[in-house]
Design a protein around this ligand. Structure first.
Ligand SMILES: *Cc1c(COP(=O)(O)O)cnc(C)c1O
Length: 361
């Protein structure tokens, strides 16, 4: 029997979602293309230029340069690589908050740079004072996260930019997840708000494109040149991507999704997701759980391990933060009905007799 992929009706932990129908269609049509070989696959190569132009618009960057990567992991790794190449030292370090994605650990391992991890404050944003004391003349890169994986927090990007400039380091913003919701908020996170050099922004998360479609944006073309290697047997002469052969499906679906949804569709989606997150946070608070307020559509709550396990046993795809809180990402496929049904299951499991249920409205 042919295997079927999972349904999304109980998926509350993923940062990916069902591709928009136009994105799915474009992915299927461009399955047999390889933007890694532009001389042979010019149509998808032209689409990639369109993808970068649109990502630039979303991220406040005029004349954008970059490429559609396999995901945030590759974009983060390549940003660290650019900074390492630019650094005027043989022992470069990267300064980032503890809230940064684990992909930086991979980047540090592969690239042989020293990772300096600084703490976050009570609101889960990077502790600026700690960054100031941590950077030095060998700091190649300062990383800020615009939409953290665990709590959806946005680091103070303009301030991080100032600290980076003081030590002549580059500034990378990881907006892999947040990049498609932040334009509709008043956060300062993008190239027009701060001296951002490089950015990760993934169409395959909130952008509703098919996997794999990540994005690496760089402020100027010379930064991408740091990654370029010669490609002797291809008609094109140089390649900046980490992968060689790569998916044209991701590129085409990213363009289709952005052409369809930017900006109105994404704004509508953001409002809906954010309202859902606030509704869920409220529902959990009323039941006595400690909730980390959702500044972006992501809710974390201190639900006991036994309850968490019981919810998983009921089929809910949920995950936990590093410190054990239940974590729910309000992606486009997460509807109010799904959340209501989740909370109803939680009520059925409610065995925390010692915690009063607050009913104030
Ligand atoms: C998901 C995520 C990544 C990793 O992206 P992949 O597409 O899974 O490689 C990096 N940074 C942040 C903030 C993320 O949310």
């Amino acid at each position: 029997m042919q295997a079927e992929p999972q349904a999304f009706d109980r998926v509350l932990s993923s940062m990916c979602t069902e591709p928009h129908p136009v994105a799915r269609d474009a992915a299927e049509r461009f399955l047999a293309t390889n933007p890694g070989d532009p001389g042979t696959y010019p149509t998808v190569t032209a689409l990639e230029d369109e993808a970068i132009a649109m990502l630039g618009e979303i991220a406040g960057l005029d004349d954008p340069t970059g490429y559609v990567a396999s995901g945030g992991t590759e974009a983060n790794l390549q940003a660290v690589r650019i900074a390492r190449e630019r650094a005027d030292t043989t022992t470069p370090n990267v300064v980032m908050p503890e809230s940064a994605h684990f992909s930086f650990q991979k980047a540090a391992d592969v690239l042989g740079v020293d990772l300096r991890i600084v703490p976050t404050d009570a609101d889960h944003r990077v502790d600026l004072e700690a960054v100031r004391t941590c950077v030095d003349a060998e700091t190649a890169l300062v990383v800020g996260v615009a939409g953290t994986t665990e709590y959806g927090r946005v680091d103070p990007i303009p301030e991080l930019g100032r600290v980076a400039r003081e030590v002549d380091a580059m500034l990378h913003v990881d907006a892999a997840w947040g990049g498609f919701v932040l334009p509709f908020t008043d956060h300062e996170w993008n190239f027009s708000h701060a001296p951002v050099d490089t950015m990760a922004i993934d169409p395959h998360k909130m952008g509703q494109a098919a996997v794999p479609a990540g994005g690496l944006l760089v402020r100027s073309a010379d930064l991408l040149d740091e990654l370029a290697v010669d490609t002797p047997y291809l008609e094109s002469t140089a390649q900046a991507t980490l992968t060689g052969t790569r998916s044209g499906a991701g590129v085409a679906s990213a363009v289709a999704a952005m052409a369809e949804l930017w900006p109105t569709g994404y704004r509508t989606q953001y409002v809906r997701s954010q309202n859902n997150a606030e509704w869920l946070a409220d529902a959990l608070e009323k039941r006595g759980y400690e909730v980390v307020e959702p500044t972006l559509p992501l809710v974390a709550a201190d639900v006991p391990r036994s309850t968490f396990d019981a919810l998983r046993d009921r089929g809910w795809r949920i995950s936990r933060t590093g410190t054990g809180e239940l974590r729910i990402v309000c992606m486009p496929h997460v509807s109010r009905e799904m959340l209501a049904s989740f909370v109803a299951d939680l009520d059925r499991l409610e065995v925390r007799a010692s915690v009063p249920v607050v009913c104030d409205d």
